[in-house]
Ligand binder design. Structure first.
Ligand code: SF4
Ligand code: SF4
Length: 260
């Protein structure tokens, strides 16, 4: 049995997790996909056999929610483990080092770790690429994930390169320390019709609905799921997201990303 835990705000990581699942099933393995946001509500987190993690790169490292998840996991029954990070660009990163440290703290070794470059969805730093470029990048990523999945089927032990670990770790540590301020620049505009989707999709239940729309509760991880999913495009993070295109993976429906 293989358990693949995924964390996905816009569908990129869920899409990749499904591609790995399909490849493993073609190789005759039984696979279950589990949302990390949902799994954190379980008391007993003890996967056995082969276990994988698919998630986006956040602030040059592991998503804050994933760090919490790793500390909760009992890995004593795991025989092979892999981590796949989706991202816009991965060379400056501390994610694999951080994951190895978290595994080592449990006396375990992360067997393999891979990056899949896709599309950066962090709108405060840039727009989603134009349609042709977006399509090209997603096609390249789809080819790349097949190679990654093949490596996983053969239980290869390898790590993709990542650079500037120390600097990445400093940035990530700063973000972790100031987590309570990560949602201070979110706001919902007049277009909000109080549909409640943002509250349902937030993986950390950081949004409640007030009379005038969403209210952020200062436990944000800045995954941007709420901002990208809002059907009214009413949510902004500061001024730089205004007018920028929203995104979700074309083969994943928004409803599939809602916290279960
Ligand atoms: S998803 Fe958008 S429209 Fe719906 S409640 Fe949230 S901000 Fe308002
Ligand atoms: S509030 Fe929005 S950006 Fe923050 S964790 Fe929730 S969904 Fe992600």
């Amino acid at each position: 049995m293989t358990t693949i835990y995924y964390l996905s705000a816009t569908g990129n990581s869920l899409y990749m997790a499904r591609r790995i699942q399909r490849r493993l099933e073609e190789a005759g393995q039984e696979v279950q996909l589990v949302s990390i946001a949902a799994a954190l509500h379980e008391q007993d987190l003890r996967p056995a056999g082969q276990v994988g993690f698919v998630m986006p790169l956040h602030f040059f490292g592991l998503p804050l929610l994933a760090e919490t998840f790793f500390t909760r996991l009992d890995l004593s029954q795991v025989t092979y483990s892999f981590l796949v990070m989706t991202c816009g660009w991965h060379y400056m990163s501390d994610a694999f080092h951080a994951a190895r440290r978290l595994f080592a703290a449990k006396g375990q070794r992360l067997s393999a770790a891979f990056y899949v470059d896709m599309i950066s969805v962090y709108l405060p730093l840039g727009d989603i690429p134009p349609e042709a470029k977006k399509k090209h990048r997603l096609q390249k990523a789809a080819v790349r994930i097949e190679k990654v999945a093949d490596a996983i089927v053969h239980q290869q032990s390898s790590y993709d390169a990542e650079y500037l670990n120390f600097l990445s770790g400093l940035v990530h540590g700063y973000v972790r320390k100031h987590r309570q301020g990560l949602d201070q620049n979110f706001r919902a505009g007049e277009a909000c019709n109080q549909c409640g989707l943002c509250a349902k999709i937030c993986p950390v239940e950081n949004i409640s609905l007030g009379e005038a729309g969403p209210v952020w509760q200062h436990q944000c991880t800045q995954c941007l799921a709420c901002l990208h999913a809002c059907p009214q495009q009413a949510i902004e993070l500061g001024k730089k997201t205004v007018g920028r295109q929203r995104y979700h993976h074309p083969e994943i429906q928004i409803r599939e990303l809602i916290r279960k």
